[in-house]
Design a protein around this ligand. Structure first.
Ligand code: PHE
Length: 342
């Protein structure tokens, strides 16, 4: 019996040394001290022993029981402490306040120029104008020559141009010998469209253009225009006036007031400048006019048969008025504090 107790103690010590969790500790308790535990059975059998043996074995068995209970208790406290520390550090690192209001997820949105461009497109589309497109890198023919602005003509100085360098030994463009440039207006899209379509026609061409000039509150080296062109048998300046007045009323409201001033562009005759009443004064909104016969000739339309009007409005001007922005450069600065207001 004494030997059996020694063996129990050795095994119990081994088990305890291996125990890493509370569950395993509970198991050990049950194995030795549970209702049918190994040591419990020994303790229960003491009564059957003769008196002398009962005393020695009894005290050994009790000592073993006390030892096991103490060991198990001590290990248990150790485990609990460790677990509490683990939870505390977890809470510190990843504290989650389930009652906190949700964070707003930032989403992208359209640029103010895009917003006014879309609004303008919708209005013109509802008046039967189709959207046309052209390249930002243009050749001299489409940007100048075909628009009745010949080489060495002083009118070219109206557009400060970014010319592209000729690539070494390279071909300049599809039109032979043409110098390339960044388009200075959207008017070349008129030419491109007429070269590939027959009249009557009604188009608008929104797009980015480039000017080689100093920047200030009203000037940028690149900005946006929306070109318009209507060609038919009997398209008149009165038609132009009606379309443009309708456009501004639809865009800014029925109180929008516009005026037409005589102006000069090589590709229109007569030419106008359109201003809009703004801030107790007038704001210049677009250049326009009746398509010049030389432009029709350049695209092989017979000027005896066709008439038309053309205009080029600044989309930046529209956005500046619509959103009360007083510096065009803000549209291109990429400052989120500005852009997030739209
Ligand atoms: N292309 C001209 C400009 O950029 C504007 C314009 C377009 C004028 C069409 C008349 C007709 O200044």
């Amino acid at each position: 019996m004494a030997k059996a107790l020694e063996q129990l103690k050795i095994e119990a010590k081994k088990d305890l040394a291996r125990a890493q969790t509370l569950e395993v500790l509970d198991g050990i308790f049950r194995t030795y001290l549970g209702r049918k535990g190994d040591l419990t059975l020994v303790l229960r059998s003491l009564a059957k022993l003769p008196k002398a043996k009962r005393k020695t074995i009894g005290s050994k068995a009790n000592a073993l029981r006390d030892f096991l209970m103490q060991e198990i208790e001590q290990k248990k406290t150790g485990f609990l402490k460790k677990e509490a520390l683990r939870l505390a550090s977890l809470a510190q690192g990843k504290w989650l306040d389930v009652s906190a209001p949700g964070k707003k997820i930032e989403t992208g949105h359209l640029h103010p120029i895009t917003l006014v461009q879309r609004k303008a497109q919708e209005i013109f589309q509802s008046m039967g104008f189709e959207i046309a497109d052209g390249p930002e890198i243009e050749d001299e023919w489409h940007n100048f020559d075909a628009l009745n602005i010949p080489k060495n003509h002083p009118a070219r100085d109206m557009w400060d141009t970014f010319w592209l360098k000729e690539p070494k030994g390279g071909q300049r463009s599809k039109v032979k010998g043409q110098k390339l440039l960044l388009r200075t207006h959207t008017s070349p899209v008129q030419i491109r469209y007429m070269e590939t379509h027959t009249p009557p026609l009604r188009i608008i061409a929104p797009g980015r253009i480039f000017r080689y000039e100093a920047t200030d509150a009203r000037h940028e080296i690149n900005f946006y225009q929306l070109e318009g062109l209507m060609v038919g048998k009997k398209v008149s300046a009165a038609n132009f006036k009606a379309v443009i007045e309708e456009f501004y009323r639809r865009f800014f409201g029925k109180d929008a007031k516009v005026r037409f001033r005589p102006s000069y562009f090589p590709f229109t005759e007569p030419s106008f400048e359109v201003d809009m009443a703004y801030n107790a004064g007038w704001m210049e909104m677009m250049g326009a006019g009746m398509v010049h016969p030389n432009v029709f000739k350049a695209v092989h339309y017979n000027p005896q048969d066709w008439q038309g009007f053309a205009f080029g409005m600044g989309l930046d001007r529209l956005a500046m008025i619509q959103y009360k922005v007083n510096d065009i450069r803000l549209f291109y600065g990429g400052d989120l504090r500005f852009l997030q207001q739209f």
